[in-house]
Design a protein around this ligand. Structure first.
Ligand SMILES: Cc1cc2nc3c(=O)[nH]c(=O)nc-3n(C[C@H](O)[C@H](O)[C@H](O)COP(=O)(O)OP(=O)(O)OC[C@H]3O[C@@H](n4cnc5c(N)ncnc54)[C@H](O)[C@@H]3O)c2cc1C
Length: 473
């Protein structure tokens, strides 16, 4: 350990989206900033193992699935079992190169000093960095931001070997597309990979202990997701508990369920949640403890129990998305530096890149009903939208959730290609406190999926009129 500790105004640990944005925000405020990242490249799970690689594979899967639908099933368009997974992600290298270059330029432009190594607390203001290149450095900082992210959780009953039994990191390093895949879990990552591999032609069984996947969404969307997944050849096993998983040493992964049934598959993906990356940090040396879920507890300003230590991104738990992590990084630093801030955004969209896409923003029908005693929901079936007929996504749906008078837009949910982009129009309407009629007073391009807002707004208007009529009667 070098005797002289490097001193920073702000030290960020973790170079994923949350940490990178925290560092940039601090540098823009004129502070001396250090960013510690244990990997050779910055970008975190988002760039190297999660969001970007999975979405690159999804793009190919979604094109195949879309072409199949647009051809009315005439073209047998599977990627084909045994195809090299690399060949389905040909754009990944250039996408990664672009992201890495962009992030490196941004850090350099803002004068952020990068330390490549593993950081751990020695005291609340002093950290030791075990350098990747060898040696250790002591670092002191007035403000510390923990942004160390998360990693896949592997329960003891699922022996992940990264060759036959995979997690969300290792599935993207598969060499060949497997003939069959069992996916454990019913959350976002499980459903995304299950639908991607089904669309590519793998025989996929999604095993979930609850009665439906993505249980935080309304049933109107999850039922459609299951129907779309099954029409792409997938199988959804509801209410199924896994007793054991083992590789038979020859060719199959054998999954035994609590009801005695057995599933055999070439590969298995374990997607049963994530745990915070904190083991290397020695949080106790900073005077910090984890909560009962293994997450770093923070207040509404992302400040931990130690006032000059903040935590942002996946390490603090849900929603655990790249976009929310970035926003938390910026807000935490603004608070720590006493800069003016608009505060945490109230309306956060959730985008799920299954095939088809699913997105939601604001309140659901159930939440509005619980809060206000009722809700009016306008629906647009994509079957009514010309663009959906053109792109073969007629099984999509947009729901606009309004107050019990059918005036203010309070939430929206959508399923169908383009849903993750589409939902931002509702997000702005909610943020601006717009009335649903705004969708009728404005002209949208034709043919677009955004036309669904007009159809859903008309549906709200119709329900409002019927409600007015029944009240008058
Ligand atoms: C398969 C998959 C698909 C996903 N898809 C999406 C999506 O479509 N949209 C979306 O918004 N989100 C998606 N996510 C989630 C998204 O990737 C994460 O929410 C995001 O990466 C979290 O950012 P972060 O900065 O908190 O952590 P990370 O991105 O995990 O970065 C943390 C960094 O800290 C470093 N680190 C850890 N410990 C130390 C230490 N002691 N010292 C130094 N460095 C350390 C790690 O090496 C890592 O680079 C997906 C995730 C997965 C796994």
């Amino acid at each position: 350990v070098s005797d002289e500790a490097a001193r920073f105004d702000v030290l960020v640990v973790g170079g994923g989206p949350a940490g990178a944005k925290a560092a940039v925000q601090a540098a823009k405020a004129g502070r001396r900033v250090g960013l510690v990242e244990r990997e050779a490249h910055i970008g975190g799970e988002c760039v190297h193992r999660g969001t970007i690689p999975s979405k690159t594979l999804r793009e190919t899967a979604s094109c195949l699935s879309g072409l199949r639908k647009r051809s009315g099933g005439l073209l047998g368009l599977d990627a084909g079992v045994g195809v090299e997974v690399d060949s389905l992600m040909t754009r990944l290298k250039s996408v990664l190169a672009h992201e890495e270059r962009y992030l490196a330029d941004q850090l350099a432009r803002n004068g952020i000093e990068q330390l490549t190594g593993v950081a751990r607390f020695r005291s609340p203001s002093t950290l030791e960095v075990v350098r990747r290149a060898g040696g250790k450095t002591l670092v002191q900082a007035g403000i510390v931001v923990i942004a160390t992210g998360s990693r896949p959780r592997s329960p003891a009953s699922v022996p992940v070997d990264h060759e036959h039994v995979l997690d969300s990191d290792s599935i993207l390093s598969l060499r060949y597309l497997p003939r069959s895949l069992v996916v454990l879990g019913g959350g976002v990552i499980a459903c995304e990979f299950a639908s991607i591999f089904a669309a590519l032609g793998t025989e996929v069984t999604l095993v979930e202990k609850r009665d439906r996947p993505l249980g935080f969404l309304d049933r109107s969307l999850t039922d459609r997701f299951v129907a779309a997944f099954e029409s792409d050849g997938g199988r959804f096993l509801a209410g199924a508990s896994v007793e054991s998983v083992r590789w038979d040493g020859m060719s199959r992964v054998v999954t035994r369920l609590a009801d005695g049934s057995v599933l055999c598959s070439e590969k298995l993906l374990c997607a049963l949640g994530r745990v915070a990356n904190v083991a290397a940090l020695d949080l106790a040396a900073a005077g910090l403890a984890l909560d009962e879920r293994g997450l770093v507890p923070v207040d509404e300003h992302y400040r931990t129990a130690v006032p000059h230590v903040y935590a942002v991104g996946d390490v603090i738990g849900p929603p655990a998305l790249a976009a929310t992590g970035m926003s938390q990084g910026r807000l935490a630093v603004r608070h720590a530096l006493g800069l003016e801030s608009e505060g945490a955004p109230e309306v956060i969209p959730i985008g799920i890149y299954t095939i088809p896409e699913i997105a939601s923003v604001g309140e659901s029908e159930r939440q509005v009903t619980d809060r206000l005693g009722g809700a009016i929901v306008g629906r647009a079936q994509f079957d009514e939208i010309a663009r959906a007929h053109i792109n073969g996504s007629t099984d999509g749906l947009l729901e606009l959730v309004c107050d019990p008078e059918g005036r203010r837009v309070l939430g929206a949910q959508a399923i169908g290609e383009g849903a993750c982009d589409l939902v931002h129009l509702a997000q702005l309407a909610i943020h601006a406190g717009l009335e649903v009629d705004a969708f009728l007073e404005n002209v949208f391009n034709f043919p677009t999926l955004a036309e669904a807002y007009r159809v859903a707004a008309l549906d709200v208007g119709g329900r409002r009129a019927r409600l007015g009529g029944s009240r008058a009667a």
